[in-house]
Design a protein around this ligand. Structure first.
Ligand SMILES: [Zn+2]
Length: 278
């Protein structure tokens, strides 16, 4: 199984987003108002997976409309995102990094994707869905969809970015090895598990890929960097800190497992696009 890490743009967010260590009004305010010098540029990663059952994509990154010329364009951002989210994210999508552009560079069309897995509905993970029309399946945990009508999520997850996509909702079921004991076994062979890692959102899934006695864990936004679980620092953007810590403890266990080939976070600034094979 090959896991290609694709950089689908970036975001310039408050330094409290990855390492705020609290979900607080002060952090929320900083995330909207911090000046540029208190912000960090984080990548937005998607993952293209060559799996025996077909070609999988995890998340969709930003859309071209947010950055038409490949540079930071505040007016274009506000056409796509509400004012608060535009201030939070300050996104850029350099030329060639939109998901459909990267697929085309590999000679692929959206129709060639057997399954697009959405880890959760935050804008930086679903804006690029508009470029994936024709993908055979698009799946999302039902629990993430269920809570998306809650006010706090409405502010975070504009429905315009994902409501029109033919999203198939998958139900978490009991699983022994998961922070919340909830997971979806996508193909029924434990080769692709969507493991509920709540805290950042209630329904968020990490994706655990198994092959030949080894595994790779795509941690989504349960962690922004290994620093989160190694130093016990929770990200400052989320919904429930206790759940965040529980998810981080599970990720730390996975990272320590000798069978672990990699734990990858969606916004780890220390990671460059590369391919992991298991
Ligand atoms: Zn994210």
């Amino acid at each position: 199984m090959k896991i290609h890490i694709l950089r689908c743009g970036e975001m310039r967010v408050s330094e409290t987003v990855p390492f705020g260590n609290a979900i607080s009004a002060a952090n929320s305010l900083r995330q909207l108002a911090d000046p540029d010098r208190k912000r960090v540029t984080l990548p937005v990663f998607c993952y293209l997976i060559e799996h025996p059952q077909g070609l999988l994509l995890v998340d969709a990154g930003w859309c071209r409309a947010i950055s038409p010329d490949g540079v930071y364009d505040p007016a274009a951002v506000r056409e796509v995102l509400p004012e608060r989210l535009a201030a939070f994210y300050r996104p850029t999508l350099p030329a060639g990094e939109a998901i459909h552009e990267q697929l085309a560079a590999r000679g692929l069309r959206p129709e060639d994707l057997d399954c697009v897995i959405l880890t959760h509905l935050d804008a930086d993970h679903v804006a690029g869905l508009c470029h994936l029309k024709g993908a055979k399946r698009i799946v999302l945990p039902e629990d993430e969809y269920f809570w998306s009508c809650r006010t706090v999520y409405k502010l975070r997850q504009p429905q315009s970015l994902w409501m029109d996509a033919p999203i198939e909702r998958l139900y978490y079921r009991g699983a022994a090895d998961a922070p919340n004991r909830w997971a979806v076994d996508l193909f029924g062979d434990e080769s692709v598990l969507l493991v509920n890692v709540p805290g950042h959102t209630d329904g968020q899934a990490a994706v655990l890929l198994r092959r030949g006695g080894r595994f790779v864990l795509l941690a989504a936004d349960a962690a922004f960097s290994p620093r989160n679980w190694r130093e016990d620092i929770t990200p400052g953007f989320g919904f429930d800190r206790e759940q965040q810590r529980k998810s981080l403890r599970w990720i730390a266990q996975k990272a320590d497992d000798p069978a672990c080939a990699a734990v990858l976070c969606s916004h780890d600034a220390a990671v460059a696009p590369h391919t992991v094979e298991i």
